[in-house]
Design a protein around this ligand. Structure first.
Ligand code: 4AD
Ligand code: MG
Length: 483
């Protein structure tokens, strides 16, 4: 359908062509006293449905019209007789190849999506994640997500020569040192253990380990970030990136947090904070331009809900981001409070972690564009960030954007062995689990920097959707991990 309707002239030049279509009926109505039916069929290729006309002489119309019925038909494209018709071509069915099981209209849990009055709420649809892909807006978000993934690969690999790396999902170390990890346990039964060992005879496993209890020989967790793994490559001189599933056991019931999300992480050898910020900004701009170039129709659909989303993409793609030190940012926020322009729930003072309300005030009210805040107090940032000469701040940066707040977190990494070790001790972190990380400094090292972008937050920002749970096919959050 996309191939047909995206042609100049809306596909009218294809009139006379015989084509097949297989998709789900969105709406169907029998007309002309039962002589024919009009079906709006969506085949998943784009937001638009194709109008399909079937005559009663070709098929039993009552089996075709219920919303949700799968139809596979072949027909002739024709220019609709009605002047000013929504589409420039419609399909006149000649043969019905297949009709899926009847979707009982009385039980169908989704309203007819072409009826604006009956639009299901996002909350309702979250209980129907398995049927949600049938909803036009959701399908458009999935395609936009896919395009952002494509833009990511193009930006890093083709435009900037990065190598894609798969980092470990199961790990023993806590990259952020924040203790927000899911522990991995096993459901292996004792009798299963014996079966599994036999094929491994060529490389025998240690005999005495009870894998049903202690599979890895130590506690293992789902990764909160691929950064430590990427750093092993960056310290060997490789420019690398990864798109990892990332897991955080945070009790965050917000519209910006998930327990499982994708993080796009880059690690750049021989780079400092300035180069890190430059790369992060270029990446976000590249994705915005990509959507403007490739996703015109799906973005138009998004604009029906959030009028400003396309203008936002244009702005971000074309104007430089604001750069602000943390100290300057706090000063601006304090001034806003002092002059009675804004009241924040969380008091602003030097040393606090900026909350979403502060980030959004900076990006939505003061600057109305993305802001990169850098040089944060060391007390609120992770152990691996490079200590600045003032000994109070670290070479960290966050990219903040309107509607979302923090989109990217990054830093120049502490490459000095003694300084890093000292900082970890100060923060009360055990050194033992990080010995291999420390080796990256112990045996010669390289200055390096990197960042991580919350992929769902990028989708949220691009589409203007309100809740992060609605931009991922299978959202995981406290209380929800089913299909
Ligand atoms: O700021 P964060 O925690 O940074 C890191 O994990 C670094 N190790 C990244 C790096 O330098 N390689 O997370 C990075 C980004 C955040 O800016 C945010 O956009 C997103 O990941 N993020 C989340 N997105 C959805 N749900 C959550 N619970 C998120 N936590 C972080
Ligand atoms: Mg962060």
């Amino acid at each position: 359908v996309r191939t047909i309707l995206s042609r100049p002239g809306g596909g009218a030049d294809l009139a006379g062509l015989r084509v097949p279509i297989c998709g789900l009926v969105q709406t169907g109505r029998v007309q002309g006293k039962g002589a024919f039916a009009f079906l709006e069929v969506n085949d998943g290729s784009c937001a638009a449905d194709l109008q399909v006309m079937v005559e009663a002489t070709v098929a039993d119309l009552s089996t075709l019209v219920p919303t949700g019925t799968c139809v596979h038909v072949v027909g002739m494209l024709k220019v609709p007789p009605k002047l000013g018709a929504k589409q420039k071509v419609e399909l006149h069915v000649e043969e019905v190849l297949h009709v899926g099981a009847l979707a009982d209209p009385a039980k169908y849990p989704l309203p007819n999506t072409n009826h604006p009055k009956k639009k299901p709420t996002p909350e309702y649809l979250r209980d129907w994640t398995h049927l949600r892909p049938r909803i036009k807006e959701f399908a458009a978000v999935i395609r936009i997500r896919d395009e952002l993934g494509e833009a990511t690969r193009k930006f890093f690999r083709e435009e900037h020569g990065f190598v894609h790396v798969d980092t470990g999902i199961i790990t023993t170390s806590d990259c952020e040192g924040a203790g927000k990890m899911f522990q991995v346990t096993t459901l292996l039964r004792k009798d299963e253990k014996q079966e599994k060992e036999l094929p491994l005879a060529a490389s025998p496993a240690p005999a005495k380990i009870d894998y049903s209890k202690d599979f890895f020989g130590q506690a293992a967790y789902l990764s909160v970030s691929g950064q430590l793994h990427l750093e092993t490559l960056a310290c060997a001189g490789h420019k690398v990136f990864t798109v990892g599933p990332t897991f955080r056991a945070e009790q965050s019931h917000t519209s910006r947090h998930l327990a499982e999300f994708r993080m796009v992480e880059a690690e750049i050898p021989n780079a400092d904070l300035e180069q890190d910020m430059k790369c992060a900004e270029a990446y976000v701009k590249y994705m915005c331009q990509w959507l403007l170039d490739k996703c015109h129709d799906d973005m138009q659909l998004m604009a029906e809900h959030d009028k400003g989303c396309i203008a936002r993409l244009k702005l971000v793609a074309s104007t430089p981001f604001i750069r602000l030190s943390y100290t300057e940012a706090v000063q601006l926020l304090e001034d806003a409070v002092k002059h009675g322009k804004k009241k924040f729930e969380k008091k602003v003072e030097w040393g606090i972690d900026l909350a979403s309300e502060h980030e959004r005030y900076l990006t939505e009210v003061i600057f109305q564009k993305p802001v990169i805040v850098y040089n944060y107090p060391k007390g609120i940032k992770a152990f691996y960030m490079r200590l600045n000469d003032d000994s109070k701040t670290v070479a960290a940066m966050d990219v903040l954007v309107p509607k979302v707040g923090e989109l990217i977190g990054g830093s120049q990494r502490e490459e000095r062995y003694e300084v890093l070790q000292q900082r970890m001790l100060e923060m009360g972190l055990p050194l033992e689990p990080y010995e291999k990380y420390l080796d990256l400094r112990r045996y010669g090292t390289m200055k390096h920097a990197g960042f991580g972008l919350g992929f769902e937050r990028m989708v949220l920002f691009s589409t203007g959707i309100d809740n992060i749970r609605d931009v991922i096919p299978f959202p995981r959050y406290p209380g929800r991990a089913d299909l």
